[in-house]
Ligand binder design. Structure first.
Ligand code: NAD
Length: 309
């Protein structure tokens, strides 16, 4: 199968690209290397340095490669930046996505998989774990843009018959994750502890998130492509882990014995969330299987090597 992956030089996209190459697919990665790394693109995948907002560069890629599947992972993924620079966030996350959708229709792509965010679109959920039919009340422009693209997908489907699958990821962590991503706290705490510095907890450290390991996410993306419908599908664990819980897990993996410093509560952040992922299990047989402590140990091990290098 010919698979075009936007954002395929990034944390999640590069791992999905690797999985497609491993199963014998032809892979083309489009990425502007804003946060991604050229070195993360797997050998065996073609790489085009282009921006998803560039109509002519993307049209050339689609016309030449004629993808059967598009995995759309390119995004401005910094939630705080979306609040400070909402126009920039819209340009990349909405207009760039619409440009990709338009290209899909132009060349008759069989299916598009979209990386949405379960951590950002529900806002503060009424019921935890939040299922896919929970009220959509984002607390950031990033979340609003992700939901906006979900609506564009449904509209493109009604107008042009585009087939798509929406995956609403929880906070994805693992080797190669970025400190400014949605699960940034894992990389931040680990980086500081490995340098012997004290991490800061904001507020009481009782804010909770649903942390899902990268390998589980990659498996979900491939299974959903093969067997899923339009979704949306939450991809998480259903478990809430507090900032203090992350601190303790990372400290255990690093062998760090200090205590955190306590900073003021940060405004505009979701306080508690976890995702109900039973729909993904029912419809394509996926559930997260990585235990948090072992996922954290693998992440810390990766950072330890990177720190030494
Ligand atoms: N990491 C998480 O916890 C998480 C949670 C929910 C959803 N997501 C979504 O999953 C996707 C991948 O996230 P990630 O964590 O791998 O982030 P990442 O920053 O590592 O990957 C994003 C990639 O997109 C590229 N990119 C950014 N702007 C671009 C543009 N205008 N044109 C072309 N390429 C561009 C970047 O260079 C990068 O390689 C994103 O859509 C993100 O919103 C991530």
């Amino acid at each position: 199968m010919r698979v075009l992956i936007t954002g395929g030089a990034g944390f999640i996209g590069s791992r999905i690209a690797t999985a497609h190459v491993a199963r014998g697919d032809d892979v083309l990665v489009i990425d502007n290397l804003d946060t991604g790394l050229r070195s993360a693109v797997p050998a065996g995948a073609e790489f085009v340095h282009a921006d998803i907002t560039d109509a002519s560069a993307t049209a050339d890629c689609f016309a030449r490669f004629r993808p059967e599947l598009v995995s759309h992972h390119a995004a401005q993924m910094d939630v705080r930046r979306s609040i400070h620079e909402p126009s920039y966030d819209t340009e990349v996350n909405v207009l760039g996505s619409v440009n990709i959708l338009r290209n899909c229709v132009e060349v008759g792509v069989g299916r598009l998989v979209f990386a949405s965010s379960g951590g950002a679109i529900y806002g503060e959920p009424v019921t935890i774990p939040a299922a896919e039919d929970s009220p959509i009340r984002p607390l950031s422009m990033y979340g609003a843009a992700k939901y906006c693209v979900e609506q564009y997908l449904a509209t493109f489907a009604r107008l042009y018959g585009l087939h798509y699958t929406i995956l609403r990821y929880a906070n994805v962590y693992g080797p190669g994750q970025r400190p400014d991503g949605e699960a940034g706290v894992v990389a931040i705490f680990a980086g500081l502890m490995l340098e012997g510095r004290r991490p800061e907890l904001f507020g009481a450290g009782d804010k909770t998130r649903d942390y899902v390991y990268i390998d589980d996410v990659v498996r979900a993306a491939l299974l959903a492509t093969d067997r899923g419908g339009a979704g949306p599908y939450n991809i998480g664990t259903g478990v809430q882990t507090s900032d203090r819980g992350v601190f303790d897990a990372v400290a255990a993996a690093v062998g760090y014995r200090g205590e955190p410093t306590i900073g003021p509560e940060r405004k505009g952040e979701v306080r508690h969330i976890a995702l109900d992922c039973r729909k993904a299990e029912r419809e394509f047989g996926w559930r997260a299987t990585t235990n948090f402590a072992s996922g954290i140990a693998a992440t810390v091990q990766h950072l330890r090597v990177a720190h030494r290098g």
